[in-house]
Design a protein around this ligand. Structure first.
Ligand SMILES: [Zn+2]
Length: 123
């Protein structure tokens, strides 16, 4: 990343769960009181992504989330209205701990998907 001084992505100390040519899934820097809180980031400097790519990102985050959030029956994938990364499209997944710091904010955020770990994905 040294040749991209404007990029806010610094992945050196991050816990990476998945990566390919388009996306990276990693643990968020700030867990906000959750046992796990992860996000998927689009590698390119774009605020929006094509719908096909969005569908793929949702699928990846769901699959990785099912592993990462094994300890809890349900997790949610959230809209990134209150996001801290500005130059990359991204999407957050989190458990539903009511004791977490951002639980009220989570309730105020649009939930893109609720994933039920007790059941496989409905298609
Ligand atoms: Zn960047």
């Amino acid at each position: 990343m040294a040749n991209r001084p404007l990029c806010s992505l610094d992945l050196q100390n991050e816990k990476i769960f998945y990566q390919d040519d388009s996306f990276i899934v990693l643990r968020t820097k700030n867990l906000k009181g959750h046992r796990e809180r992860i996000m998927i980031i689009y590698r390119r400097h774009q605020h929006t992504i094509p719908y096909k790519a969005f569908e793929r990102a949702l699928n990846i985050l769901t699959q990785i989330g099912r592993e990462v959030f094994k300890y809890t029956p349900k997790f949610v994938i959230l809209d990134t209205t209150f996001a801290t990364i500005n130059d990359h499209w991204h999407m957050v997944a989190s458990d539903l701990d009511p004791e977490s710091e951002d639980f009220d904010l989570m309730l105020a955020t649009r939930w893109i998907k609720v994933v039920d770990n007790m059941y496989p994905d409905q298609t």
